[in-house]
Design a protein around this ligand. Structure first.
Ligand code: ADP
Ligand code: MG
Ligand code: MG
Length: 499
C-alpha cells in the first residue's frame, strides 16, 4: 500500500486553482452534453417551479470523477474478452430448468421476492409464450484485488447483472468528458492519479456501450417483424437516472426510426392487454415488439399484486423480453454461488479453456445452508468475518452485510433463513486518490473503482444473432475502512485509463 500512497499524494487538492478551473469547465461540459440526472425530490420541492412531473424543469450533473482512474490494461482486456463466454453461459443457465429449479428452490422458502419471481417463471412454463427469441442486455461487474503488501493485481467478478443494467447511456459521455479535459492544454500539468508501478496517465479506450445496447434493441425489434410495433421501456416511478435511459430512447429513434415508450407498471396495467389469439402485447392499440426493463428488479418495484400480474402478462406475451424472468433468476447471487461448485461450469461451457477463463474471475463463494460446506461457511463467517461479505438475493445496491457486521446479523437470523443468503470472499481493491465532483464541488478522496463490462446477447433457440462484449463503465466511490472494510461514500461515474 505504501507504493500506492506515494503516487496518490501527487494528485492535487480541490483547492488548487487549476483544479478549480478544471472543475468549473468539467461541470459546464457535463451540463452541456447531458451527463445529467434529475435532482433529488428535496431540490425539486424548493425549486421556483415545483411541477413534480417535470421535475421543476431542473437537472443536475451526474457525480463524476475529475480524472479517469488508471486501470491495468491486461485485467481490462481479460474481462472484455470474457464477456461473450459469459453471455452464452447465462443464456444456457436460463434455459436449463433443472439447474435453475435446483438453485432457486433452495431460496424460495425463505425469500418472498425470489419466490414471487419463481412463481411467474413457473406460470410461464405452464403457459409458455410463443416467443423464443431472448435479448440479454447484461453487465458483468468486477473489482481489482490487491493482496496485502503486494502490487500484483488480479480481477474478480463481483456479480453478473441480467436486468436493468444502468449507465450504458452516460458512460460513453464520461469518457468524452475525460478526453475533453485531457485535450485542454490548461490542465496538462495536473497530476492524474496513478497506480502502483505504472507512472503513465494511461489511454482512454473507446466506449460505445450506448450504441451496442441500442443495436440489440433494434435487432430484436426487427426480428419481431412488425413495422408498426413499439419498444416499451418499463420504468420505475420517480426514477432520477432518466437521461441515461433517454440516450437509448433517442438513439433508437435517430438511428433506426424505432419508437421506445416509457411505461410504469401501473401504466402498462391500464393501457396494455394480450391479444387472446396471437398473444401479442398491445399497448393502447399498438403492438409491442420488445419490453425492456429498467424496473422489476427490487421488491419495491411491485407496488401491489396487480404489478406482479402485469409482469406475468408481459412474460406470457409474444413480446421479446429484455430480460425474461428466467434470465433474471439466472442472475441471482445463488446461481453465482452454485456456479463456483466443482463441475458446474462444465455443464454449460463445453470448451475447457473457456471454463478456466471464467473460473479465473471467481473469488470464493459459499452457501449458508445446512450442507457441510454451508455449516463450515457459517463457522468461518462467525470466527473471521473481516474477510467476507454476505449477500441476499437482491439487486440495486445497499443490501449486503460486510465483515464485522456479519456475526451479529447471522446470529439474529433464524437458522432456516440463512439459506436466503450467500457468503463471498471480500475483494480488496487498490485504494487511490482522485477528485470526485458532486453537485459542482470537487472533493479529493481515497477511492476504489468497480468496472462493469456490458454484454449484448440475442438468440432464438440455438441460433445466436448477437453475442457482443458491449462497452464498459467505471464507477468510483470513496473507500473508507470501517468495521466492514468498505463503506460507500458517494459514488461517481468514471472511465478507466488503461495502463
Ligand atoms: P447489487 O446487485 O445490489 O449491486 P453487488 O453484489 O454488486 O449487489 O454488491 C453491491 C456492492 O457491494 C458492489 O458494488 C461492491 O461495491 C460491494 N461488493 C459486493 N461484493 C463484494 C466483494 N466480494 N468484495 C468487495 N466488495 C463487494
Ligand atoms: Mg446487481
Ligand atoms: Mg452490483
Amino acid at each position: 500500500m505504501s507504493v500506492l500512497r506515494q503516487f496518490s499524494d501527487a494528485v492535487p487538492s480541490s483547492k488548487d486553482p487549476t483544479v478549480q478551473r478544471a472543475t468549473t469547465n468539467a461541470v459546464d461540459w457535463a451540463l452541456a452534453h447531458g451527463l445529467v440526472m434529475k435532482p433529488a425530490a428535496a431540490a425539486i420541492a424548493s425549486a421556483p417551479s415545483t411541477d413534480v412531473a417535470n421535475h421543476g424543469g431542473l437537472a443536475q450533473h451526474a457525480p463524476f470523477a475529475l480524472f479517469p482512474t488508471p486501470f491495468p490494461k491486461a485485467c481490462f482486456n481479460q474481462v472484455v474478452d470474457l464477456q461473450p463466454v459469459l453471455n452464452q453461459l447465462f443464456d444456457r443457465i436460463a434455459r436449463d430448468h433443472d439447474f435453475l429449479a435446483r438453485c432457486i428452490e433452495s431460496v424460495v422458502t425463505v425469500d418472498e421476492f425470489t419466490a414471487q419471481l419463481y412463481k411467474v417463471y413457473q406460470q410461464t412454463r405452464a403457459k409458455p409464450s410463443s416467443q423464443s427469441i431472448t435479448l440479454g442486455l447484461h453487465r458483468s461487474d468486477y473489482l481489482l484485488h490487491q493482496p496485502h503488501d503486494s502490487n500484483d493485481l488480479s480481477i474478480y467478478q463481483v456479480e453478473f447483472n441480467t436486468i436493468s443494467t444502468s449507465f450504458a447511456g452516460l458512460a460513453p459521455v464520461t469518457t468524452q468528458l475525460h478526453r475533453y479535459l485531457r485535450e485542454n492544454p490548461a490542465y496538462a500539468k495536473l497530476k492524474a492519479p496513478q497506480i502502483a508501478v505504472h507512472q503513465t496517465e494511461g489511454s482512454l479506450p473507446n466506449n460505445t456501450a450506448t450504441a451496442y445496447l441500442v443495436d440489440g434493441l433494434a435487432k430484436a425489434w426487427q426480428l419481431y417483424g412488425c413495422q408498426s410495433a413499439v419498444v416499451v421501456m418499463a420504468v420505475q416511478v420517480g426514477e432520477r437516472n432518466v437521461f441515461d435511459q433517454l440516450r437509448l430512447t433517442h438513439d433508437l429513434r435517430q438511428r433506426y426510426g424505432i419508437t421506445m415508450v416509457r411505461q410504469t407498471l401501473a401504466e402498462l396495467r391500464q393501457g396494455a392487454h394480450l391479444d387472446p389469439i396471437t398473444q401479442a402485447l398491445v399497448l393502447n392499440g399498438t403492438e409491442v415488439a420488445v419490453v425492456y426493463y429498467r424496473t422489476c428488479y427490487a421488491p419495491a418495484d411491485y407496488a401491489s399484486p396487480a404489478d406482479w400480474e402485469t409482469r406475468l402478462m408481459v412474460e406470457q406475451s409474444k413480446a421479446i423480453k429484455a430480460p425474461t424472468v428466467a434470465y433474471q433468476l439466472a442472475g441471482t447471487k445463488k446461481v453465482q454461488q452454485v456456479l463456483t461448485e466443482p463441475s458446474v461450469l462444465e455443464r454449460f461451457i463445453p470448451n475447457a479453456d473457456d471454463c478456466d477463463h471464467v473460473r479465473a474471475c471467481f473469488t470464493g463463494l459459499y452457501p449458508l445452508d445446512n450442507s457441510p460446506l454451508g455449516l463450515d461457511a457459517v463457522r468461518r463467517a462467525l470466527e473471521a468475518p473481516e474477510g467476507y461479505v454476505m449477500k441476499p438475493q437482491r439487486e440495486g445496491g445497499g443490501n449486503n452485510v460486510y465483515g464485522k457486521d456479519i456475526p451479529v446479523f447471522l446470529q439474529g437470523l433464524p437458522v432456516e433463513e440463512r439459506e436466503a443468503y450467500i457468503l463471498m470472499d471480500l475483494i480488496k481493491p487498490p485504494v487511490i486518490s482522485n477528485l470526485l465532483v458532486h453537485q459542482g464541488l470537487a472533493q479529493k478522496g481515497e477511492v476504489i473503482s468497480e468496472l462493469g463490462i456490458y454484454g449484448v446477447w440475442l438468440s432464438d433457440h440455438d441460433h445466436v444473432y448477437l453475442n457482443e462484449s458491449a462497452g464498459h463503465i467505471l464507477r468510483t466511490k470513496v473507500a473508507s475502512s470501517n468495521e466492514g472494510g468498505i463503506a460507500a461514500g458517494f459514488g461517481a461515474i468514471d472511465s478507466p485509463a488503461l495502463v
